[in-house]
Design a protein around this ligand. Sequence first.
Ligand SMILES: *[C@@H]1O[C@H](CO)[C@@H](O)[C@H](O)[C@H]1NC(C)=O
Ligand SMILES: *[C@@H]1O[C@H](CO)[C@@H](O)[C@H](O)[C@H]1NC(C)=O
Ligand SMILES: *[C@@H]1O[C@H](CO)[C@@H](O)[C@H](O)[C@H]1NC(C)=O
Ligand SMILES: *[C@@H]1O[C@H](CO)[C@@H](O)[C@H](O)[C@H]1NC(C)=O
Ligand SMILES: *[C@@H]1O[C@H](CO)[C@@H](O)[C@H](O)[C@H]1NC(C)=O
Ligand SMILES: *[C@@H]1O[C@H](CO)[C@@H](O)[C@H](O)[C@H]1NC(C)=O
Ligand SMILES: *[C@@H]1O[C@H](CO)[C@@H](O)[C@H](O)[C@H]1NC(C)=O
Ligand SMILES: *[C@@H]1O[C@H](CO)[C@@H](O)[C@H](O)[C@H]1NC(C)=O
Length: 429
Amino acid sequence: MAADLVSCLLFLFLFSSNAPLLARSTHIQCTPTERRALTLLREGFTDPSGRLTSWSGEDCCTWEGVQCHNRTGRVTKLDLRNPYHLINGDRTAYERSCLGGKINQSLLLLEYLTYLDLSLNDFQGLEIPHFFGELKSLQYLNLSFASFAGEIPPSLGNLSKLEYLDLFADSFSSTGPRELRSQSLEWLTPLSSLKQLNLGFAKLNGVAGQWLQMLNMLPSLLDLRLHWCELQGLPLTLPSINFTSLSVVDLSENSFNSVFPQWLFNLTGLTELYLTWDFFSGSIPADFANLKTLRVLDLSDNLNLEGQIPGFFGNLSKLEFLDLSANNFHGDIYEFFSGFSSSPNNKLESLDLSSNSLIGELPDSLRSVKHLQHLDLSSNSFWGSIPSSIGSLSELRKLDLSYNMMNGTIPESFGQLSWLVDMNLMANS
Ligand SMILES: *[C@@H]1O[C@H](CO)[C@@H](O)[C@H](O)[C@H]1NC(C)=O
Ligand SMILES: *[C@@H]1O[C@H](CO)[C@@H](O)[C@H](O)[C@H]1NC(C)=O
Ligand SMILES: *[C@@H]1O[C@H](CO)[C@@H](O)[C@H](O)[C@H]1NC(C)=O
Ligand SMILES: *[C@@H]1O[C@H](CO)[C@@H](O)[C@H](O)[C@H]1NC(C)=O
Ligand SMILES: *[C@@H]1O[C@H](CO)[C@@H](O)[C@H](O)[C@H]1NC(C)=O
Ligand SMILES: *[C@@H]1O[C@H](CO)[C@@H](O)[C@H](O)[C@H]1NC(C)=O
Ligand SMILES: *[C@@H]1O[C@H](CO)[C@@H](O)[C@H](O)[C@H]1NC(C)=O
Ligand SMILES: *[C@@H]1O[C@H](CO)[C@@H](O)[C@H](O)[C@H]1NC(C)=O
């Protein structure tokens, strides 16, 4: 009853001329302690473009990038990602928009902070503060593209609620990327809620052969990105496999110098797999056909992958993007394309087989890959003429057949390719 009366009065007030006054007096405000904590944080930052000029006044819940719980008024989210995009290349404007400087320990007073994003700023080689490991409520931590450096503090392993950890260590700063390192990934193993992990560009060359076992302890992991981490020593087998929920794996630009490991084919939930420039060798195992949910497969630039390109790719009914370029694949592509003709519902949109040693004529079965938008077969030794069936690739936008040994005339069916914007047939006969 009392509650009903209150909401009734509230309703009346909201529709009377006193409404603004009431709204102000009932608005949830931040606590003085948290306001003070944020003020100290701001004082430690450099902020050339004045992004944080709104950080004054009583109610810190209204400050730029600060979000409070709507009932308790406690700060839950701090989104200080640099909003400036470098897309049009105005570096000066980007750099002015960067926060930098120091990170005051007063941050720890934000006990209910679940989300912290400092990405795209420039902390100029500052170490990731050890005390971040005491931000107990944190579920999301993004320090990517922000020029942090030094050893990743193992205390981050205390963040037991963490679901997203992005420390991608490349940088847009003109002072260049700094070296972020980790000697062992053991600190990761308590993070049982972790869903996404990105340590791209961090130097992990000291982690020896154990890094994979550490990651294998993370049962919730969906998205793993270790691009350009100087990793070596990829174990070919694992005694048991815990990280079977993995959906996205990017291990590209490391130095594995091995064949594809067997455990890879037990990750049957994979949708995106990036293994480019990893020095993998050998042929493509038929086990790839187990990965039935693959949408993206990039095995480009391994230089030494060899043998014939198998026919089972057509069986991967979700596959949209396949890149096998810059390897040493031999033989013809008849089997490869006939795999797609027996899968009329294939979804392949982008196919790159360029820079291999492939031979033969382009088969008529090319027509069965009917959603192709991008086809690159350049820098091989294909011969014969372009099949007129090319005209049935009605979604084709980009075609590259350059640097082959093809001859004859360009078929009239090209006229049907109404989306085609980019075509290269040079260096043929
Ligand atoms: C507070 O936020 C929660 C979840 O975001 C939402 O469901 C709820 O309606 C909000 N309450 C008020 C009073 O705005
Ligand atoms: C944090 O703020 C306090 C109070 O101003 C100051 O004494 C301390 O040096 C600051 N710490 C950092 C790391 O800036
Ligand atoms: C972290 O921030 C970067 C840059 O702002 C963004 O691209 C990336 O998606 C973020 N990572 C996560 C896990 O949200
Ligand atoms: C946090 O992690 C560090 C290093 O791993 C450890 O020494 C410390 O005891 C941990 N603290 C808590 C409160 O768990
Ligand atoms: C798999 O996880 C269990 C418990 O989560 C752990 O005891 C085991 O060591 C893990 N296996 C591997 C190979 O890491
Ligand atoms: C991988 O999958 C195969 C076939 O399903 C199974 O026999 C094997 O035990 C699995 N390997 C591991 C390490 O779980
Ligand atoms: C691919 O599918 C065809 C028919 O759907 C089947 O005959 C063939 O064995 C499959 N190949 C592989 C490698 O799974
Ligand atoms: C194309 O090349 C093949 C052999 O290299 C030759 O037999 C054929 O006559 C050529 N076709 C045309 C149209 O020049």
